[in-house]
Write a protein that binds this ligand. Sequence first.
Ligand code: SF4
Length: 333
Amino acid sequence: MKEKIFIAAHHYQHADIVKQADLVADSYRLAVEAAKSDAKYIVVCGVRFMAESVATLARSDQMVIHPNPRAGCPMADMVAVDTAEKAIEKIRGITGKTPVPVTYMNSGNAMKALTGRMGGSICTSGNAKKIMAHYLEGGAPILFMPDRNLGENTALALGLGKDDLAVVSRDGSEITGARPDTRVFLWDGFCPIHKVFTVADIEEMRAAFPGINITVHPESLPEVVKAAGLSGSTEGMHHQLRDAEAGSVWGVGTEIHFVERMATLFPDKKIMPLRPSGCVNMILITPEKLAASLKAIEAHERDGSPLETVVVPEAEREDAKAALTTMVRLTDA
Ligand code: SF4
């Protein structure tokens, strides 16, 4: 039975979940690698958009199970198709061009489908630079959704200036700072967990631990990314900490369960949270919920008992898949 089940867990999951997982990864590897598994049942321990992405890429003979459907992502809920379409019309009016959507993995499936329909791509914090660079070369304005900070940090890292950027309100009705030649329109969404880090947190930590290395997630404010000096996706931070010199001291600005796990995993370094900030949705996947999912799978296998699976509407599947596979193609290019 065990070989029929593949448990995929996001890096922000609690250590009790991580120790049971066949794969522990960021949202990119979760989507791409979990769906490649031979298993009939894929249990996704993370938030809803992660389970939906796996279900979009999974084979038709695979079933995707999300142990707690209540585990969503507030950032993903900050953009919807109707508000995005409203903004797209406004951008057409300002620039005379149809923008290409670059949509963060942290979005609902309908948004991924809209992105695919319009020839855009999904991105993650690990590949946003590559994907934004590709579309900038194409010349059309980019509509980056829903995380403003990731979009701005990526654009600045690519050498764009603040004048090249405009901000779209979360209801899609207002655009601030736009010009006919604006290169990137940033949706005004944010992650409540990463938005809390401040430059003062960094200054305090540097004062307390002279010589400390600070790294933050690019969902943090641009001034925080700049003050930190180092930033990285979850997977990127994992590599930074793994490869760091023994004895080095680190302040890490991202989700607390990840930071705590890195401290346990790499005890030869001193790893501390820049500020404790936990995702209340990620912890909705508890060992009890995971155990209940595994029991439900066993019962389904034994006697066909009903099993709650993640179902992607057929009308969205192909377009969402196109947006996800474009991301994979551009990342591997
Ligand atoms: S950490 Fe932020 S972006 Fe990630 S699931 Fe939680 S709220 Fe969403």
